[in-house]
Write a protein that binds this ligand. Structure first.
Ligand code: ZN
Length: 458
């Protein structure tokens, strides 16, 4: 390319900050090593748990690519040739990919705060709006995944024009950070755009299920069942060895949800088996503790649904040993209630700090308290359940109905009427708790549970 500038002329000065965002002087960082060219083994190092090496290679790759961008793409853009635009698009995609991998390295090394600095640094590489949007996306993701701060995550992408956005990553993240505030119609529209726009089978499967599950919130259970059945049938028709780990995980989840909706124990058993298979390959697949804890919890739910509370409680305990997920404690309490051990259930619920729960988990917590109150009809349990129910303000009609039904039953003055109303509610609440209708509408969070390195390789 006659327009290109030699890369060496574009290097930072030896004492200037390195381009990779390490904060180190260029001469002490990528200076010599980037010249070896693009590094493609960072993923391999990550998978084989050589995280430090992965980080170094990733930094060199970033430095090398930024210099290539400056030497090839920028001159072309300046000359106004149309190849410049094409190259710019490629650069944005590749750089985002490298920065994303860099994020995995920092995460694996437990140095996530350093990654925030990298983002501040790379933001200025390209002035094009699409790159700025990508960086905003990565920053938002960082707030969600490492700080669990949804409102900061929301701020980072609040300026993006979602109506015209075709970037599937941004759309799924937008759903995650705004999910609890979006109306049914807004979610439905986003699900459909993601399904139409993605070229990944598992993403499509996930949002096809989400499309169905969302119907429950507006009390259209039959349509929910139909949509999920279609998605499951389509997944079943794919070759087993072509299914990604993530796809298998979604499949197990979908089977459980359909089983709950249809009161079909065979589907629940199939779901338990699918989760167990995933757990068997935990080492081989490099599953994170969070993922293992989540799967154990899901197997526990299946046992609880099938009436084997002893096994269920065992799974929930094992899950909590691995990684503390607040919802697992809610399920554990439920399993104790179903077993008839109200005392243990009460202890588990009392140990949960409700103020630390997300809005959605708080609803589940309130429902678990209501289940206990319905079971014991004890004054104190009822007071706690009523107080908790009053704390949550769900938007979905389905949950709102359930909350109101609970409140009416719990506040009924005639004890005999109260008890029969509460008993009717019990089954209903239990099923809802297990269903977790918000799950499929969430993309980034659950992607993150699985090893993203394996995922990107597939
Ligand atoms: Zn460097």
């Amino acid at each position: 390319m006659s327009n290109s500038l030699p890369i060496s002329h574009l290097e930072p000065r030896p004492d200037s900050q390195c381009l990779c965002g390490s904060g180190l002087p260029f001469k002490d960082c990528c200076s010599e090593r980037y010249k070896e060219g693009p590094k493609t083994t960072a993923r391999l190092h990550l998978r084989e748990r050589r995280f430090g090496q992965a980080l170094i290679e990733c930094r060199q790759h970033l430095t090398w690519y930024v210099l290539c961008h400056r030497s090839h793409t920028l001159p072309l853009l300046k000359s106004g040739k149309k190849e410049g635009q094409t190259l710019l698009e490629v650069d944005i995609a590749v750089l985002a990919d490298i920065v994303n991998l860099l994020s995995s390295c920092y995460q694996r090394l437990g140095r996530t705060d350093e990654f925030a600095m990298v983002l501040d640094h790379v933001e200025h590489f390209i002035t094009d709006k699409r790159w700025q949007d990508k960086v905003a996306y990565l920053r938002s993701l960082w707030w969600m995944n490492t700080k669990s701060d949804r409102s900061k995550a929301r701020d980072c992408i609040s300026h993006l024009e979602i109506a015209n956005c075709e970037d599937i990553d941004i759309l799924t993240l937008y759903l995650d950070v705004n999910g609890e505030e979006l109306s049914f119609d807004q979610k439905d529209e986003l699900f459909r755009r993601i399904i139409a726009g993605t070229d990944e089978d598992d993403i499509r499967f996930q949002y096809e299920c989400a499309l169905g599950i969302a119907r429950i919130a507006i009390c259209e259970t039959d349509e929910a069942i139909r949509l999920i059945e279609v998605a499951i049938d389509q997944f079943r028709s794919t070759e087993e060895d072509e299914r990604s780990l993530y796809g298998k995980h979604l499949f197990a989840r979908a089977l459980q949800q359909l089983g709950i909706l249809k009161h079909d124990d065979d589907l629940i058993r199939e779901s338990a088996k699918a989760y167990s298979t995933l757990l068997e390959c935990a080492d081989e697949c490099n599953l994170s503790d969070f993922a293992i804890a989540d799967y154990l919890s899901e197997v526990g739910k299946c046992h609880d649904l099938l009436g084997d509370q002893i096994k269920a409680i065992d799974c929930f305990d094992k899950s909590a040993e691995r990684y503390s997920i607040p919802l697992t404690q809610v399920y554990l309490a439920s399993a104790y209630i179903n077993k008839g051990d109200n005392e243990s259930a009460r202890k588990v619920l009392q140990a949960i700090n409700a103020d630390e729960l997300s809005d959605v988990n708080r609803q589940d917590f309130a429902l678990a308290c209501s289940t206990l109150a319905a079971k014991t009809c004890n004054r104190e349990d009822i007071d706690i359940a009523v107080a908790e129910l009053k704390c949550v303000s769900p938007r979905e009609p389905y949950f709102l109905n359930m909350k109101n039904e609970c409140l009416v039953a719990l506040l009924e003055t005639k004890p005999s009427v109260q008890q029969s109303k509460l008993r009717d509610l019990l089954q209903k609440i239990n099923r809802y708790l297990m269903l977790q209708p918000n799950f499929f509408g969430v993309g980034v969070n659950i992607n993150n549970m699985l090893d993203d390195v394996d995922r990107e390789d597939e």
